[in-house]
Design a protein around this ligand. Structure first.
Ligand SMILES: [Ca+2]
Ligand SMILES: [Ca+2]
Length: 257
């Protein structure tokens, strides 16, 4: 009887402790670790590391603005992450929708000039011409000058009008696939740019990790862009779960006449 009890306790403990659970959504912001965020301007070949950042390829031809985001996913095995979404916070109320596209920058992308990589670009000094994933400014600000050979499109969404403080969420499954199959390290860079089938003179302005307040409201929390995701069970945990289940089944069988 003592042996049977021990058997049962062991199996039950294995079940309780080792049931593979999806964690509630984990979050990483651009403010974590080596994360970074910056607005890049083709028309002045500059970077703006300010509390808000624009995407805009103005239909008037006077400016082209792209946002770069880097997330530090240290501590995770990227192939284990699932349900990945990117959220950005509207910095101000815009009266109309703005359509924005998301791109993942390949780990081997190099800039037109300079030596920054996706792992090392510095938000305080990077400019359009030194950002991996962009092309050299060409004097035409109706062309976005994205280095599409080194970018993977990850969906596009329309921001909501008059939604200061509210998040806009990119959740195309391609985002999860990009993360799971990323062949670089644990620093992952994205670009945001005006959607290619959208024309406007207006900017889509979001908060950066430097934001301590929004356009007209007081700070409530952290406004930095952020990734959310879940972590699938480790194979080892799943195997142990199976072992625990096997113990219980064996015990039940042993009790049967
Ligand atoms: Ca920044
Ligand atoms: Ca251009």
């Amino acid at each position: 009887m003592k042996t049977a009890c021990a058997f049962l306790c062991l199996g039950a403990t294995a079940l309780v402790c080792l049931v593979p659970t999806r964690s509630s959504a984990d979050i990483r912001t651009t403010a974590y670790g080596a994360g970074a965020d910056v607005e890049l301007r083709e028309h002045t070949d500059s970077g703006a590391n300010t509390p808000s950042m624009n995407t805009r390829t103005s239909s008037s031809g006077d400016r082209n603005e792209v946002i770069a985001l880097r997330f530090d996913l240290s501590g995770y095995t990227l192939s284990d992450l699932t349900g990945v979404t990117l959220s950005v916070i509207n910095f101000r109320n815009d009266s109309s929708t703005r359509k924005v596209a998301l791109y993942g920058v390949h780990p081997d992308a190099l800039p037109p000039t300079g030596s920054f990589t996706v792992d090392t670009w510095d938000e305080t000094t990077v400019k359009f011409s030194t950002m991996p994933g962009l092309l050299a400014p060409d004097g035409n600000f109706l062309t976005q000058s994205l280095n599409l050979d080194k970018l993977t499109p990850l969906g596009q969404i329309s921001y909501h009008p008059n939604s200061e403080g509210l998040p806009e969420v990119f959740s195309d499954p391609a985002l999860t696939t990009f993360i799971q199959t990323y062949s670089g390290g644990n620093l992952v860079t994205f670009l945001l740019a005006q959607a290619t089938d959208y024309s406007t003179t207006g900017q889509a302005r979001i908060a950066s990790k430097e934001a301590t307040a929004l356009n007209s409201s007081d700070p409530l929390d952290d406004y930095a862009p952020y990734l959310t995701f879940s972590v699938v069970p480790e194979p080892g945990a799943a195997a142990l779960f199976g072992a625990g289940l096997g113990l219980l089944v064996a015990f039940r069988r042993s009790r049967q006449p």
